[in-house]
Design a protein around this ligand. Structure first.
Ligand code: ASP
Length: 591
């Protein structure tokens, strides 16, 4: 053993007296009188080293010169500690060092590599390789590994084959922009990086590989939003001869298995909710059902009572925050300010306090009598002590606003317990969605999604009224996955492209390969993709997927450690025949 007989987390009291060799990083060192104590760290733990000035002055002098994060190798003897540390697995022992070798020196790290670090996010991202030495990140990456393992084991023991699909492809329309890669061999032509392996997994079904999966990187050039990564990982699945029930059964078993393996937890049965109901009751297609506070529509109680703000709108809708009547003026003002933030955009917030004595105090007392408010309270099923919060406006907008308020109240009232998991299937999405910018319909899921059987006849004349046989798996308000039953008939796919405003030629040019495949015996099929990073974050109890990615991009889509994206050389640009493009530096000069 050149470098080590044991790892830094291995040694216990039973090893007392053994001669050992350890290698690792100097976590910290302390001088106490004649003794120098060094905490030696590796992936597996920390072991205390002791250097005794009296026993070996030369060695102790070298030890005193060790800086943080030096890489060293030591030989020594395991001894029982006089003051034990029950917090550490190796806390009963220490190594009386007889030989020390510095394998590599280190500059003073830019932040302390401890659980509680003094390094800010930006600094830690720049030195991600140091950040990854911290326990928390190690724990996260280990969780990610275990998750991948659990998924692979479960799916392969259920006859799924992991099959790789290419990264250099032609665009797949999934609602985002493609990242493109210029081709040197074919100047002026571009590959696109897959937004998902969607069309390939469907082709695999045509090929007869009736259960496919892949833990696969996907690329989407989207506008930056919190907790989005331009490249992310999916657990992509597809099954032939499967209807929705079959996909649900397989997916539920998978999710249940990983919760069990990774969190040792049994997930509850997964209820289902239609998209319509989710929007009406929660104002969201990914409701967090860990808590109720469902929407109550009160148009008939609130309109035509002289309050103009309510009279002029489509929808007056609110939630009942149980026990919220004790909110102070200041807290209510904060809630008003919350819904008025530009990101949410409500004009104002109406509140009604249901007092303990059975009276009501509201922000609209001028317009509504105690009897009126009592009728509201009844409709909301409110009890004395509760607080009603009401918004008004255009239906879809006001639902979205109230959804944000509901989530905020859930947070304020501690109803979002990190260790409770409330999964939900959202089903029957609309097939099409109007794109406000272009005035065209686009597929809400993707253009390969089949309509539900009952709505198939609508595809010719009124596709906008068809529901999709699409589904999302939502856990605690996070969209963990989405999928659909696919179109497997050429004729239906033609109707779909037509509904999306493609001409026959455009459809043929872009998707000829798929339409062609459907002419050679395509089985009915469907599938789903789960967000692997999100699943890891959820299981780990974090809101941020970045914590579970070894080398993530920041919120602006940049990797600040390697400095990407970056300009390429003139020569590279010429080779790719991107000659007319200017480097950012050249553009700057021009200005
Ligand atoms: N390709 C889809 C997505 O990435 C998932 C699916 O329909 O299976 O969202």
């Amino acid at each position: 053993m050149t470098y080590r007989t044991h790892r830094c987390g291995d040694l216990r009291l039973e090893d007392k007296g053994k001669k050992v060799v350890l290698s690792g990083w100097v976590k910290r060192s302390r001088d106490l009188g004649g003794m120098t104590f060094v905490d030696l760290r590796d992936r597996y733990g920390v072991t205390q080293l002791v250097f005794d000035m009296e026993r070996d002055p030369a060695l102790s002098t070298v030890a005193r010169g060790l800086g943080r994060e030096y890489v060293i190798r030591v030989e020594g003897q395991v001894a029982e500690r006089s003051s034990k540390n029950p917090q550490m697995l190796t806390g009963d022992v220490e190594i009386l060092v007889q030989k020390l070798e510095v394998l590599s020196v280190s500059k003073v790290p830019p932040f302390t590599i401890e659980d509680e670090t003094d390094g800010g996010e930006e600094l830690r991202m720049r030195y991600r390789y140091l950040d990854l030495r911290r326990n928390i990140n190690q724990r996260n990456l280990i969780l990610r590994h275990n998750l991948a393992l659990a998924i692979r084991n479960h799916l392969s023991s259920n006859d799924f084959l992991e099959i790789e699909t290419p990264y250099l492809i032609k665009s797949t329309p999934e609602g985002a922009r493609d990242f493109v890669v210029p081709s040197r061999m074919h100047p002026g032509r571009f590959y696109a990086l897959p937004q998902s392996p969607q069309t390939f997994k469907q082709l695999l079904m045509v090929s007869g590989y009736d259960r496919y999966f892949q833990i696969v990187r996907c690329f989407r050039d989207e506008d930056f939003r919190a907790d989005r990564q331009p490249e992310f990982t999916q657990v992509d699945c597809e099954m032939a001869f499967a209807d929705r029930e079959e996909v649900f059964k397989v997916c539920e078993a998978l999710v249940r298995h990983v919760f069990h393996e990774v969190r040792n937890m049994d997930l509850p049965q997964i209820p289902r909710m239609s998209w319509d109901e989710a929007m009406k009751k929660y104002g969201s297609d990914k409701p967090d059902i860990r808590f109720h506070m469902t929407f109550v529509e009160i148009n008939e109680l609130a309109q035509n009572k002289g309050f103009k703000v309510f009279d002029a709108v489509d929808l007056v809708v609110g939630i009942n925050a149980p026990g919220g009547a004790s909110y102070s003026r200041k807290e209510l003002d904060q809630l008003t300010a919350f819904v008025q933030r530009p990101q949410i955009g409500a004009k104002g917030l109406v509140y009604v306090k249901c007092n303990e004595d059975g009276t009501f105090k509201s922000s609209v007392d001028k317009f509504f009598s105690q009897e009126d408010l009592a009728a509201w309270a009844k409709k909301f099923n409110a009890a004395p002590g509760d607080l009603l919060l009401v918004l008004a406006g255009e239906t879809m907008k006001v639902r979205k606003q109230l959804s944000e308020l509901r989530l905020e109240m859930g947070k304020r009232m501690n109803l979002k317990d990190k260790n409770t998991f409330a999964p939900l299937w959202v089903v029957d999405f609309p097939l099409l969605e109007m794109d406000e910018e272009t005035g065209r319909y686009h597929a809400m899921h993707h253009p390969f999604t089949a309509p539900v059987k009952e709505d198939a006849h609508r595809m010719e004349k009124e596709p906008q009224n068809a529901r999709a046989n699409a589904y999302d798996l939502v856990i605690n308000g996070v969209e963990v996955g989405g999928g659909s039953i696919r179109i497997h008939e050429r004729e239906m796919q033609r109707k779909m492209f037509q509904a999306l405003g493609f001409t026959e030629e455009e459809a043929e040019k872009q998707f000829g390969f798929l339409l062609g495949a459907f002419e050679y015996g395509a089985p009915p099929h469907g599938g789903i993709a789960l967000g692997f990073d999100r699943l890891a974050a959820l299981l780990g109890g974090s809101d941020s997927i970045r914590d579970y990615i070894a080398f993530p991009k920041n919120n602006a889509g940049k990797d600040i450690m390697i400095d990407a994206p970056a300009a390429i050389s003139k020569e590279q640009m010429e080779e790719l025949e991107l000659k007319n493009l200017k480097t950012p530096e050249e553009k700057e000069k021009q200005q």
